[in-house]
Each structure stands twice: as C-alpha cells, then as structure tokens.
Design a protein around this ligand. Structure first.
Ligand SMILES: [Cu+2]
Length: 171
C-alpha cells in the first residue's frame, strides 16, 4: 500500500513511472570549507522493484563526481573508486560514512551547512533520479544522529599530504 501511495505521489510530480521503484531517503553531505577540496554525500537507496545498480552521479558543485567505497588495507581504511553499487531486489543499500559514498572532487564552491545541493544519481534500470542533499556540519554522521559530530572528525588534516583530508576520518 505504501508503495502505491509513493508511486502515485511521484506520478503527480511528473517523475517517470520507471523511477518509482527506487526511493532515496536520509540524504546528507558534510560541510566542506575549501574550494578545490573534496566533499562526500551519503544516503539510503530503497528499492521496491527488481535488482538495480547505481552506476553514476552528477552535480554542478564539483569538477568530478565519483562513486567510492572504502577498503581495509592493513589497519587503514582507504577510499577507492568503483564502477557501480548494487541495490538488491526489494532491498536497500546504505551509503554511509566509512562505507560507500558519492565523492565530489574539486569543489567549485564551499559547501556551507544549511545549503541544499541537487545531486543526480543514475541507475542502470531506473534511470536518473535527482535528490536535494542537505549540507550538515563537518563530521556529521547523518540525519538520524541528530547532526551529531564525531569528536575530532571534522576537517582533520593529514600532515604533509598537501592538505589532503584523511580518508578514514573524513568519511
Ligand atoms: Cu571518497
């Protein structure tokens, strides 16, 4: 029943019917003060249809947008670009800090807390879905956490890395 209501709502908004199977919830990204730096967005992909895959993302806020995951290399978590993220049939996939995320490389502008950033996600079957992603505090762990900031996680810099953010801390 919930699915039917959602589908009807999307149709009224003029969204393509085929995108109704995919629903995005709890999107957020972290404030990032440095133009030319990096940002990351996190969200939950809910799939009410057949298995699908997130295959790309676009946004005007940065020169490059990639889909990233974290891999454990010894004791260190490192980010790595991936071609796609699987979304199971009638299941959900969570993009969250420390795991999968949408990565914005080379920000055209600073990401200020309180702003909303349109991000277009491309799915193999459902096509393109644009989400307004709210910018939360640096180090925020998500909307469900009440905007709680992980101590020491906001804007940690890796010494000698030319100002690069420490991947494990940033995401
Ligand atoms: Cu990343």
């Amino acid at each position: 029943m919930k699915k039917l209501v959602l589908a009807a709502a999307l149709l009224m908004l003029g969204a393509p019917a085929f995108a109704a199977d995919i629903q995005i919830s709890e999107p957020f990204m972290r404030a990032a003060p440095v133009v030319g730096g990096n940002g990351a967005a996190f969200l939950v992909i809910n799939n009410h249809g057949a298995a699908d895959r997130l295959i790309g993302a676009e946004a005007a806020i940065s020169k490059t947008v990639e889909i990233h995951t974290h891999i454990k290399d010894g004791d260190v978590f490192k980010m790595r670009k991936v071609d796609s993220i699987a979304v199971p049939m009638h299941g959900s996939t969570e993009l969250k800090p420390g795991g999968d995320h949408v990565m914005f490389i080379g920000l055209n502008e600073a990401l200020k807390e309180g702003a909303k950033v349109p991000v277009t996600l491309t799915f193999e079957k459902a096509g393109k879905i644009t989400v307004d992603v709210p910018v939360m505090a640096a180090g925020a762990m998500g909307p469900g956490a009440g905007g709680a900031v992980m101590p020491g996680a906001g804007g940690a810099m890796m010494p000698g890395a030319g100002g690069a953010m420490m991947p494990g801390m940033k995401h």
